[in-house]
Design a protein around this ligand. Structure first.
Ligand code: MG
Length: 162
């Protein structure tokens, strides 16, 4: 059985994951409009991944006999100064998600809810990857700088993510 406090945190995390999916989808739409279909593809895939994260936690709440309480998702940001602005936003967003995951882990430990603690190991590991892949994009876009040709070849590279 989940404690009320942990149940509340988990429902908030479901919301945060859907919120991230929404943000990445908005980024995808904006990038597509700029003609960067590879970047758009990368963020669309990322949005799908966030949805699977949300559903993993959703199923876990249910499995533990908790109550699902879906919270509202706000309108995501839909305008950026450029490609670098988008990828930096994504990296900063992942750092925020990591902090939320860490809070859940700390709370689970404090409450001796070891099932939740162990369940969230997967998310701790996943966040290392999420931060690393978004930081990698920031570094690449910074490296490319103002070179439109390089940006297009990077864009082509990102088109292959399935
Ligand atoms: Mg996530």
């Amino acid at each position: 059985m989940l404690s009320n406090e942990i149940e509340k945190k988990l429902n908030e995390q479901v919301n945060a994951e859907f919120d991230a999916a929404y943000l990445y989808l908005s980024m995808s739409a904006w990038l597509d409009k700029q003609g960067l279909s590879g970047f758009a593809n990368w963020f669309k895939m990322q949005a799908q991944e966030e949805t699977t994260h949300a559903m993993k936690i959703y199923d876990y709440i249910s499995e533990r006999g908790g109550e699902i309480s879906l919270l509202p998702i706000g309108k995501p940001k839909d305008n950026w100064k450029g490609c670098l602005d988008v990828v930096e936003d994504a990296y900063n967003h992942e750092k925020k998600v990591t902090a939320m995951i860490n809070d859940i882990v700390a709370l689970a430990e404090l409450n001796k809810d070891y099932a939740t603690r162990v369940f969230f190991d997967w998310f701790v590991t996943e966040q290392v990857e999420e931060e690393s892949s978004s930081l990698d994009l920031v570094d690449k876009v910074k490296f490319v700088g103002e070179h439109k040709g390089y940006l297009l070849s990077l864009d082509k590279e990102l088109l292959v993510r399935q």
